[in-house]
Design a protein around this ligand. Structure first.
Ligand code: MLT
Length: 302
C-alpha cells in the first residue's frame, strides 16, 4: 500500500485515478508521495519514505528542487495540462488591455440610481474607446506549452507575433512554430511589441526579466501581461514606468500589494488555471505520474 499526501484540494477525477494500492489523504504519516497545487513546500520536513512530489500545474517554484535532488525525490509537474485555460485567460487579459471594458464596467456599477443610464451610456463611448488587436504586435516571452498556444491564438486574431525563448535557439523555435516570427533576443522583441506577454517559469535566471532596462527598450505606451509568475517583474521599476506613462497598462494574474490598486493595473487573483477542465486535467496527470513512478519506476512528465 502506497500513501499519498495531498497539500491542496485536488480534483476528484484525479483522486479517482488512484487504485486500491494507494491510500490518499491529508494527514498521513510517512507518505510515499505528495500531490500539491500551490501550497509552498519549501520549508517542508520530508518524511523518510518520500519518493515523489507531483505538482498539479506547470510551475514548480513552490517546491524546494535542490533539497529534492539531494534526497533523490523525483519532482513531476503537468506542463500543458492547463495551457488551454491559461491561454483563454491571457486573451481575456489582452481584450481588457485593448478595450477599456474594465473601467467601463466599473462606471456602470456606480450608476444603479441613474434613471437616465440608457442615455448616459452613449456619452461614455468616447471615454472608454479602445483599440483593436488585429494588426498589433504581440511579443511572447517563453515558448513552452502556454506561450505557443497564446502565439497561435494571437495569429488567429490577426496579430503579428514575435516570440522569444531564452532556452530555445531560433532554429529550434522555428521548428516548433513556423508561423510566428522568432526574435533573436529580447531587445528585438521589445522594439516592436505593442503588448508583451510573459510565459516563463520563475527561476533565478528569469527573476526580474521585466526591469527598468527591459522597459526602456520597449515602445512608449506598451502594455504588459503577466500570467506566469509575479517575480518575473520588478514591481518598483514597473511602478515608475506606469507613473511616467512609458507602460500604459499592466494586466497580471499575480497582483502585488504595491501595484494592485494602481489605476493602470488590472489585477486578477491567480485564476489562469482555475477552470474545472484544467483542474481535472492536472489532477489526473499528476496522479498518473505518481502511480506510474511508484508502481513501475517510470518517469513520465506529461
Ligand atoms: C501553474 O503553475 O500551472 C499554475 O500556477 C497552476 C495553478 O494555478 O495552480
Amino acid at each position: 500500500m502506497y500513501t499519498i499526501k495531498l497539500y491542496n484540494n485536488i480534483a476528484q477525477k484525479g483522486l479517482d485515478q488512484f487504485t486500491e494500492a494507494f491510500e490518499v489523504g491529508e494527514h498521513l504519516g510517512d507518505e510515499d508521495a505528495i500531490v500539491v497545487r500551490s501550497a509552498n513546500l519549501h520549508d517542508l520536513e520530508y518524511g523518510k519514505n518520500l519518493k515523489a512530489i507531483a505538482r498539479a500545474g506547470a510551475g514548480v517554484n513552490n517546491i524546494d528542487l535542490p533539497a529534492c535532488s539531494e534526497r533523490g525525490i523525483v519532482v513531476f509537474n503537468t506542463p500543458g495540462a492547463n495551457a488551454n485555460a491559461v491561454k483563454e485567460l491571457v486573451f481575456a487579459g489582452l481584450l481588457l488591455a485593448s478595450r477599456d471594458i474594465y473601467h467601463g464596467i466599473e462606471w456602470c456599477k456606480t450608476q444603479t440610481d441613474n434613471p437616465n443610464l440608457g442615455k448616459d451610456v452613449e456619452k461614455q463611448k468616447k471615454k472608454y474607446a479602445g483599440n483593436e488587436l488585429t494588426g498589433k504586435t504581440l511579443g511572447v516571452i517563453g515558448l513552452g506549452a502556454i506561450g505557443i498556444e497564446v502565439a497561435n491564438l494571437a495569429m488567429r486574431f490577426g496579430m503579428n507575433v514575435k516570440g522569444y525563448d531564452p532556452y530555445i535557439s531560433v532554429d529550434n523555435a522555428w521548428k516548433m512554430s513556423k508561423w510566428i516570427e522568432h526574435a533573436k533576443d529580447l531587445k528585438e522583441l521589445y522594439k516592436d511589441a505593442d503588448f508583451v506577454t510573459l510565459h516563463l517559469p520563475l527561476m533565478d535566471s528569469t527573476k526580474n526579466t521585466i526591469d527598468r532596462e527591459a522597459i526602456s527598450q520597449m515602445k512608449d505606451g506598451v502594455k504588459i501581461l503577466n500570467f506566469a509568475r509575479g517575480g518575473l517583474v520588478n514591481d518598483d521599476d514597473l511602478l515608475e514606468a506606469l507613473d511616467s506613462g512609458k507602460v500604459a497598462l499592466y494586466v497580471t494574474d499575480f497582483p502585488s500589494a504595491k501595484l494592485a490598486a494602481h489605476d493602470k493595473v488590472i489585477p486578477i487573483p491567480h485564476l489562469g488555471a482555475s477552470t474545472e477542465e484544467s483542474e481535472e486535467n492536472c489532477a489526473v496527470k499528476a496522479a498518473q505520474e505518481v502511480m506510474d513512478y511508484l508502481q513501475y519506476g517510470n518517469i513520465t512528465n506529461s
